[in-house]
Design a protein around this ligand. Structure first.
Ligand SMILES: *Cc1c(COP(=O)(O)O)cnc(C)c1O
Ligand code: SF4
Length: 492
């Protein structure tokens, strides 16, 4: 419900401190406040629209999809239904959306798939939340369904493994970049596939565009990674990712948790999954999986170690009453949940959409931890934004809510520099869109470059990149002007 200011004033006056409904006033400790006089304070009310993050869609929204018209709540909330009806190819998408989306859109997707680094995979939950009357601008469509018509030419500096993870892997499926933390890639499948996946070099099945490297998908193969972690006493922190931990069988999730927790120097484990954002009902209807998670959180706590869930909401449109219930279940069972978003054009790059997302997450006790500058992944040029825009967003977001619920805006520096505060660049040229970062904790000698999407640049900048013969010169000039010529530029 969204109220006008007048309506809100009425509600406010009628609430807590004046005519408090009996049911509340008669209960201590609030009843003690009944006769308090409230001083005026000229901090004006921010407007009730800004409280809309407290509203959670509790309708049977899926029934608007013709194929799910007769699907009951019990069925829809069962993760088996979600898995069984996940759309993995164009034919299924066409079948499920018949009558609610134009044929031309389906044709556009058919062409889009040919140039996409990721396979199609959309849960019924997501499919039902897309606004099919306007799919082009829908933040969920943008994330999960490629279309040809708005594909942008890749920036000349885009690459598939833009983070250089393969170069930091001592054993397959383990990235050891920072001294005290590692990234353990336990599997290479996810419940859905995001178009912009930073690990598109490995995650998901092969596409027409990419033949994927495969991670170690089985316990037998994990042993090498576990042994490596056990052999390095400086490692305290393991991120279990992939792929997506939602796809781990409960006994395998437990095996990973128990093994890592039994290594004395491991103090923190994060289980990474996009699951809550794309299929929240699994937490409520797949008790084996959620209990496995809760069990390792408890085991960790007994050992004085933290096990947290790290998830990946990008848009408030992904959040419904089902999500709220799922997050409540985890909260009540002592599971800390943090969120890592990717900043995506058309999804969360306006101040309004970002604030709404942050407040909605906070309201569910999901802590907004990071917002990532979009990686320079091939085939995703339409989704990236400029460094300038990120810095502006960050500035405006700081202060809107509790500091611990205010995300850090970071960039994973291309070429393996690791995470950097976006605003901490040593140099930034808004015309060419080149920014330069140092990352002393990862490498003292290197500098790392990020390139804004060409479309976001002023006309002069766009013109400069049109001329292929001067690209190297643009980069050289940027480094010279930054005063960092004595460092080694990492350009993969
Ligand atoms: C992101 C990441 C981590 C974890 O970093 P935090 O900043 O602690 O969240 C660890 N290893 C790698 C390779 C990463 O990319
Ligand atoms: S869920 Fe994560 S790993 Fe899987 S496709 Fe999306 S971004 Fe990639």
């Amino acid at each position: 419900m969204i109220y006008t200011k007048q309506e809100f004033e009425k509600i406010r006056k009628a609430s807590l401190f004046s005519n408090l409904p009996n049911i509340i006033t008669e209960q201590k400790p609030l009843s003690e406040l009944k006769n308090q006089e409230i001083p005026d304070h000229d901090k004006s009310f921010v407007g009730l629209k800004s409280l809309s993050h407290r509203e959670f869609n509790s309708t049977e929204f899926w029934r608007d999809i013709p194929a799910f018209k007769n699907v009951t709540k019990d069925e829809f909330l069962d993760v088996k239904f979600q898995n069984k009806n996940t759309v993995r190819n164009l034919a299924k998408l066409e079948e499920f959306t018949k009558g609610i989306v134009d044929k031309s859109f389906i044709e556009d997707v058919r062409q889009g798939i040919k140039h996409a680094p990721m396979n199609l995979s959309i849960s019924p939950y997501l499919l039902s939340l897309i606004d099919w009357a306007n799919p082009y601008e829908d933040p969920l469509r943008i994330q999960f369904i490629p279309v040809q018509s708005i594909t942008k030419e890749n920036h000349p500096k885009l690459m598939l493994d833009s983070l250089g993870e393969q170069g930091d892997s001592p054993v397959d499926g383990l990235v050891h970049r920072y001294a005290d933390k590692v990234l353990f890639l336990a599997l290479d499948v996810c419940p859905v596939y995001c178009r912009f996946c930073t690990r598109s070099y490995a995650v998901g099945g092969d596409t027409e565009l990419v033949n994927k490297m495969k991670f170690n998908n089985a316990p037998e193969k994990w042993k090498k990674a576990f042994a490596y972690i056990a052999s390095r006493p400086e490692i305290e922190d393991v991120v279990v990712s992939g792929g997506d931990a939602y796809m781990l069988a409960p006994n395998r999730l437990k095996l990973i948790g128990e093994t890592l927790l039994s290594i004395p120097h491991i103090r923190r484990i994060r289980i990474a999954t996009k699951g809550p954002a794309v299929m929240p009902m699994k937490i409520l209807s797949d008790a084996n999986w959620s209990n496995a998670l809760i069990d390792i959180v408890k085991l960790g706590r007994e050992k004085g170690k933290e096990v947290a869930l790290h998830t990946h909401f990008n848009s408030a449109n992904e959040i419904t009453e089902i999500t709220r219930q799922a997050m409540l279940h985890l909260f009540k069972n002592g599971v800390i949940v943090r969120n890592q978003s990717v900043l995506i054009k058309g999804v969360n790059n306006t101040l309004e959409s970002m604030v709404h997302l942050i407040k909605k997450l906070s309201y569910m006790n999901v802590q907004p931890y990071y917002v990532y500058q979009h990686d320079m992944v091939e085939g995703t040029e339409d989704m990236r934004t400029s460094v300038k825009q990120t810095i502006e967003l960050e500035k405006n977001v700081r202060g809107i809510t509790a500091g611990f619920n205010t995300p850090l805006f970071v960039m994973d520096a291309p070429g393996g520099g690791g995470k950097r505060d976006v605003h901490s660049c040593e140099y930034y040229d808004e015309v060419t869109g080149i920014s330069i970062y140092r990352s002393p904790s990862v490498n003292e000698q290197n500098i790392y470059l990020y390139f804004d999407p060409i479309e976001s640049l002023p006309t002069l900048g766009q013109k400069l990149w049109e001329d292929k013969t001067i690209h190297d010169e643009l980069i050289k000039n940027a480094i010279k002007n930054s005063g960092l010529s004595s460092y080694t530029p990492v350009l993969s």
